[in-house]
Ligand binder design. Structure first.
Ligand code: ADP
Ligand code: MG
Length: 696
């Protein structure tokens, strides 16, 4: 049988040994072409460079053993579980392998089979033992060596119908055919300057590295390219934005001055610097694209409002978009209070605004009679057209809406809107650079004077009665508070039900003399908002809440918080929660009620949280522990996801890529020269919006 030579674009079905059935299975792994196959990277490698004779095994060392299955069996434990034991022999001795509750291993380890097991060696009753070892049953080919042993062996993500051995061989032969044909998106001069492998060598090294060092070099090359691409896209987007004119505004006028004079406090230095940067943007004639980043309670909202007043006093309109209805209403309420004495009209529009009210607001906004319109992202983006719109403020809290940002909500495009994005996420600068490279960055790194950190304590849940007694004393002194239950997904009915039941138990038990409210994500928007409004108005003493309170709720008199099962939250999330209390200044108290026995590292994580008030350090620790993919759901929210890069450990590569992007675009602002054609092609496949087909 003759077959056509393979190219990276060949459908995977036509790669030898695949066929239509396995092609369907491979598609589940995102593999459609031969090129996808070699970009399907291993999730890890097993170090099988050295196979040890069993007689040489030493306790406490990792080891790989090649041998034959002697016996396999199973027994029950008194707790109702099961233990599987397998003995494996080579010419020098016998090693015991044990698993707990893994019945399926017995089918794999039939006696006489050739197997490879690797794990940490322990000694049990004087014999060497491997607990839960990695293993592979070797087929005839494996027995002869080659891909599956005596080297760093790739371990791929699999799906039903695709076996590890088969996939290894398939990727190995495909690499051999495709690597010589690969076009490298990075020109040779750049590779040499940054000491980077070619794309082909890097892919080869990611799958079948000769040693750990080659694997590291392969990864480095691919991480660099990933960071370069993301930053290049950001820079190209930004380049196009800078060209756009923005409404050019004059100096601050009467409204801005009157507001600042009416505040019962002074602006912080950081707030004044942020305002200066924003006002400079608004007066520059170019459209502002700025990220205003600052810890919860650092006073971003006020800064944004002053910017809005500046626009309004010159006859334009402003918009504020919030991520949730609760937040939209809260912003609306706060801003209306500040705006009314100045004669500035603020209206709030969300999905639950009644139809008649909505029509009235839309008409008034269209006539220019509404100066500042507050609403949820969804409603505003779908429905609003303002003729005099000059400033859009987007409160992202800790979402990353990179792709949707900057959509204009105004008719015609003759007056590009100034954009101010507020984020409460104190992300490390390297990550900010990579995620938000298309925005200028302003950081408010100073809290209003007189803020005391919340006193945070870790308490075992069996001592909750004492904690609740403390809470009652605080309420008697006029302090409101929150009791928070973890609900990972607000759609998870069981979690929400548990929270509701606990709220009822609290209201009937320790807090029966208090006024207790409840908010959770499954309430109707209007119910949520009514409950929060009552709490803000002081009509409730205690608010029992699921994680909905996390997103920026401002109840100045709330001074204490009890968090149940804090181990289920990330550090950054706990920080956002704790930021809800003590906002009016004065002392505040946070109890973390931990359930049952915590793992050592969970406890030390919570202790770190209790001792740390700096959101920036907490975010960094979270990033270190959980990785960027997990950070407030970066991936789910459509930021250009990272496949390999970790902005925390790859900070130097990110900086190198940033410098190269600047240099590259200085020479070739729209990447149109032949030299960059291959990179351009890669970018176009991923980011069609910045590199339209027509100009390629
Ligand atoms: P953020 O939006 O950054 O979380 P807010 O703008 O909601 O913070 O401010 C939190 C609280 O601090 C609000 O009650 C606000 O009125 C108050 N505040 C803002 N700026 C100052 C300041 N300079 N001094 C004292 N309090 C301030
Ligand atoms: Mg806020």
């Amino acid at each position: 049988m003759t077959s056509k030579p393979l190219t990276p674009d060949s459908p995977v079905q036509y790669v030898k040994t695949v066929g239509p059935v396995r092609a369907v299975a491979l598609r589940r792994l995102g593999i459609e072409t031969a090129g996808d196959l070699i970009r399907h990277l291993p999730r890890t490698h097993l170090d099988r460079t050295r196979v040890e004779p069993i007689a040489k095994l030493r306790a406490g060392q990792p080891a790989t053993v090649l041998g034959e299955v002697l016996t396999s069996g199973e027994r029950r434990t008194r707790q109702g579980g099961s233990i599987q034991t397998v003995t494996v022999a080579d010419h020098s001795g016998v090693v015991y392998c044990v698993w707990f509750n893994q019945r399926y291993v017995l089918q794999q380890f039939r006696s006489g089979r050739k197997v490879m097991v690797s794990g940490l060696v322990q000694h049990h009753a004087g014999r060497p033992q491997l607990a839960h070892p990695d293993f592979e049953v070797l087929d005839d080919e494996g027995g002869r060596g080659s891909l599956h042993m005596g080297r760093l062996v790739p371990v791929y993500p699999l799906t039903a119908g695709i076996g590890q051995h088969w996939l290894r061989r398939l990727i190995h032969t495909t690499l051999a055919e495709l690597v010589p044909q690969l076009e490298d998106p990075l020109p040779e001069a750049l590779r040499r300057q940054r000491d980077l492998l070619t794309l082909g060598a890097a892919l080869q090294g990611m799958h079948y590295p000769a040693d750990q060092d080659e694997l590291a070099r392969a990864r480095r090359r691919l991480v660099y390219q990933e960071l370069l691409q993301i930053q290049l896209v950001m820079a190209l987007r930004r380049g196009r934005q800078v060209e756009r004119r923005g409404v050019q505004l004059q100096r601050p006028g009467d409204l801005t001055r009157r507001l600042v004079a009416s505040l019962p406090f002074e602006l912080t230095g950081a707030q004044r610097r942020a305002l200066a940067e924003i006002l400079a943007d608004l007066r520059s004639g170019r459209a502002m694209h700025r990220l205003l980043q600052g810890d919860v309670g650092s006073g971003k909202t006020l800064v944004a409002f002053i910017a809005a007043l500046f626009v309004i006093e010159q006859g334009y309109q402003a918009l504020l978009m919030a991520p949730t209805e609760v937040l939209a209403h809260q912003h609306g309420q706060t801003l209306r209070r500040l705006a009314e004495p100045l004669g500035v009209v603020v209206e709030t529009l969300t999905g639950s605004t009644p139809a008649a009210e909505r029509r009235r607001i839309l008409a008034a906004a269209g006539e220019g009679e509404v100066h500042l319109l507050v609403g949820t992202h969804a409603v505003i983006q779908d429905q609003i057209r303002l003729r005099r719109l000059a400033l859009a403020v987007v409160d992202e809290q800790h979402r990353f809406g990179v792709r949707q940002r900057g959509r204009s909500a105004r008719d015609g495009d003759d007056l590009p809107v100034h954009l101010l994005v507020m984020s409460a996420t104190p992300i490390p600068r390297s990550l900010a650079l990579t995620l938000y490279g298309d925005l200028d960055l302003t950081i408010i790194a100073e809290m209003p004077a007189g803020r005391l950190p919340a006193e945070t304590r870790i308490v075992a849940v069996d001592r909750e009665d004492e904690t609740y007694a403390e809470c009652r004393r605080l309420v008697a002194q006029g302090h409101q508070g929150f009791v928070v239950y973890p609900v990972v997904e607000e759609t998870e009915t069981t979690d929400t039900r548990a929270a509701v039941a606990e709220a009822a138990a609290l209201a009937a038990g320790p807090f029966r003399s208090l006024r207790v409210g409840l908010v959770h994500g499954r309430l109707k928007a209007r119910e949520k908002q009514a409950a929060m409004a009552a709490f803000r108005a002081g009509e409730l003493d205690v608010m029992v809440a699921t994680t909905v309170v996390e997103v920026g709720v401002d109840v100045p008199r709330a001074a204490w918080m009890v968090v149940h099962s804090p181990e289920r939250f990330g550090l950054a999330q706990l920080h956002q929660l704790r930021g809800r209390i003590g906002r009016a200044g004065g002392r505040s108290w946070c109890w973390l009620l931990t359930s049952g026995h915590l793992a050592e590292e969970t406890l030390s994580r919570l202790q770190f949280f209790a001792a740390t008030t700096d959101g920036f350090r907490l975010a960094e620790e979270d990033l270190r522990l959980r990785g960027p993919g997990d950070l407030w759901g970066v991936r789910q929210h459509g930021a250009p996801g990272f496949r390999l890069a970790n902005p925390l450990v790859d900070g130097d590569l990110a900086a190198a890529a940033a410098a190269d992007v600047r240099e590259l675009l200085a020479e070739d602002p729209d990447l149109s020269s032949q030299r960059w054609a291959p990179l351009r092609q890669v970018l176009r496949a991923t980011f069609a919006d910045v590199l339209p087909q027509a100009t390629g």
